[in-house]
Design a protein around this ligand. Structure first.
Ligand code: ADP
Ligand code: SF4
Ligand code: MG
Length: 341
């Protein structure tokens, strides 16, 4: 149970995409907290708004996406809380936060590095830029040594040679490690890993997960870990946020989520997993009924068309996310009667 005040508080975040056909509510009132050094898992079917939520935290949502409302409160090293939602996405404050305080390992592995510069040159540039922002000067040679050290930390063999490689010369596993090295180069206090193991083989996946665990232990970095692999959630995280159609359905300590899930959606996710022991890896199971089309959002509780426990009021009113146990909350009328206004 974390005692430090939250590092990040996302409150009622809404992100919309204005398309010719209509407006997509990709993130529709999401709220969750991340405490220092905590590993928070975010789970939910593809398209439920996980990546968009993370891009919104860093103000990297691409057009026609727009942060429609909500707060993103981040506590910096000095303890000052800033609402990132109010910052200019291209302004100096937001640029200084990206990488130095909050780093993202993006879902698209090719997106992280430019093909025209070596991987090392790009990380060296990031290190020097952040030093300058903090009023320090780091020489190219010093930054290069830092990169080689980071490569060693993330398990890249022959780091002195690899530092001069282009991203397209690296295998998927090495590129993933180089991306993690890039994300860690400025010692962020929050690392967002967006499905970091989907593009790599099982052995490398296990190594990357072990690496992230070590790094958390070494630097007390808080991690938001996005995956649709419930086995990974069980292994890696201490707190879990379950999302569906841009909303948080349930959140709670990992043991509670697996052993006392409060929400029918969470229960449906868990039902078809036979075992969740150490090495068992189970992808997100298929739940009966299909995910509604983005333009065709259900009214009321977003899960009601697929919910085995739906009641008459569920189609018209949207349940609030409210506490059901210690640090656990659920958005479901089985637990309370409070609807969104
Ligand atoms: N560039 C975009 N243009 C239009 N809609 C988008 C765009 N990116 C995301 N969306 C919408 O936002 C929803 C959530 O996407 P995303 O956050 O990437 O889901 P996931 O949970 O799989 O990471 C998608 O279903 C899609 O409707
Ligand atoms: S509010 Fe109703 S439809 Fe939604 S999850 Fe709860 S019981 Fe099911
Ligand atoms: Mg995604």
């Amino acid at each position: 149970m974390p005692t430090d005040p939250p590092l990040l508080q996302v409150k009622d975040l809404r992100v919309t995409f204005g398309m010719d056909e209509g407006t997509i509510r990709a993130v529709d009132g999401t709220s969750f907290d991340v405490h220092p050094g905590e590993v928070v898992g975010i789970v939910g079917e593809s398209g439920c708004g996980k990546s968009v939520t993370m891009k919104a935290i860093l103000q990297l949502v691409e057009r026609p996406g727009r942060l429609a409302s909500g707060e993103i409160l981040f506590r910096d090293r000095q303890g000052t809380q800033t609402d990132l939602a109010k910052l200019d996405p291209r302004g100096p404050q937001m640029r200084a936060l990206r990488g130095a305080e909050i780093a993202l390992i993006p879902q698209e592995p090719m997106a992280a590095f430019s093909p025209v510069h070596t991987v090392g040159a790009q990380i060296i540039e990031a290190i020097q830029l952040h030093a300058t922002q903090e009023g320090r000067r780091v020489s190219k040679a010093e930054a290069r040594e830092t990169v080689i050290g980071l490569f060693r930390d993330v398990g890249i063999s022959m780091p002195e040679q690899r530092v001069d490689a282009y991203s397209w010369q690296l295998s998927g596993g090495l590129r993933q490690r180089a991306m993690i090295a890039m994300a860690l180069s400025c010692k962020p206090r929050l690392l967002i890993a967006d499905e970091p193991t989907t593009a790599i083989d099982v052995t490398t996946q296990a190594q990357v997960l072990a690496l992230l665990r070590d790094l958390r232990a070494k630097y007390n970095t808080a991690i938001i870990f996005i995956t649709h692999d419930l086995g990974v959630i069980a292994q890696m995280t201490s707190y879990v946020v379950v999302m569906y159609l841009g909303r948080v359905m349930e959140q709670g300590p990992v043991d509670q989520i697996f052993h006392a899930p409060a929400h029918p959606y969470t229960r449906a996710l868990l039902r078809s997993i036979p075992t969740i022991h150490g090495e068992t890896r189970t992808p997100l199971p298929v739940i009966s009924g299909s995910l509604p089309h983005p333009f065709n959002r259900p009214t009321g509780c977003p899960f009601h068309p697929r919910c085995p426990e739906a009641m008459p009021g569920c189609a018209t009113a949207t349940p609030k996310l409210l506490p059901v146990a210690e640090r656990q909350s659920a958005a479901c009328f089985l637990h309370h009667q409070e609807a969104e206004p």
